[in-house]
Design a protein around this ligand. Structure first.
Ligand SMILES: *Cc1c(COP(=O)(O)O)cnc(C)c1O
Length: 224
């Protein structure tokens, strides 16, 4: 039985230790990625005083969290998976933050559906930091123009960038690159780092880390 409380304490301790060595001053927000895990896992996290979760699919999130949100108003939900335009309306009702703006069509739909009653207030742009064919995200060469367009032309409240670096190689140069793009665009937040590489991500300036298996235990196969 995975023990959320123990796991989150381990993670926090590792961050503090890592930070002593690197003297990184930034404040780190931990997002517990609960995709594939059930309501029981989420409730266990809540019982240990933890309220910030990430989900990859709108329907899965609604199913899992709708009733929980009714009871725990402090729940902070982040959309971290690719978002289909036909799910935008629902996504804006349940997520506090959407981290995966990655194409014009999606941003136009968000711009159309967003209103003062929308729950979503903050947005991140997903950058395909390794320019990999199979991954979603805006390519690095287009990212500056895309960010400016979202902010200046659409008026979307873009507060940061997210990335998933290429697998199997050191993520550090990709994390640094994301940080550079954020600085060029005066964006405050960087969502980077998962269970396997969050300490590297923090050294490179991550403000949001997304942890699944290190908090909830091993995940079954998951269809993206
Ligand atoms: C699943 C997922 C995570 C969490 O991955 P772990 O390796 O379980 O920590 C983080 N970010 C995204 C976008 C994911 O899809």
């Amino acid at each position: 039985m995975p023990n959320f409380k123990e796991n989150i304490e381990k993670i926090r301790l590792s961050i503090v230790k890592n930070r002593e060595n690197s003297q990184i001053p930034n404040k780190i927000k931990i997002i517990a990625v609960s995709k594939t895990f059930g309501t029981d896992s989420v409730l266990e996290a809540i019982q240990s005083g933890f309220f910030c979760f990430g989900e990859n699919k709108v329907q899965e999130c609604k199913k899992k969290f709708s009733s929980i949100i009714g009871v725990h108003k402090e729940i902070d939900l982040h959309m971290i998976g690719p978002l289909q335009t036909n799910k935008v309306k629902d996504a804006l009702k349940i997520f506090n933050t959407i981290q995966t703006l990655d194409r014009e069509k999606l941003c136009l739909e968000i711009n159309k559906k967003l209103n003062p009653n929308s729950k979503t207030k903050d947005f991140f742009i997903l950058v395909n930091i390794g320019n990999e064919k199979q991954k979603s995200g805006i390519n690095t060469e287009q990212s500056n123009d895309f960010i400016k367009w979202c902010i200046n032309d659409l008026g979307i409240n873009v507060v940061g960038l997210m990335c998933i670096p290429p697998a199997e190689i050191s993520p550090i140069k990709y994390f640094k690159k994301l940080k550079t793009i954020a600085e060029e665009n005066k964006l405050k937040y960087l969502s980077m780092g998962m269970s396997g590489d969050y300490l590297d991500a923090i050294i490179c300036g991550a403000t949001h880390i997304r942890l699944g298996e290190s908090l909830f235990g091993k995940r079954q196969n998951y269809e993206k």
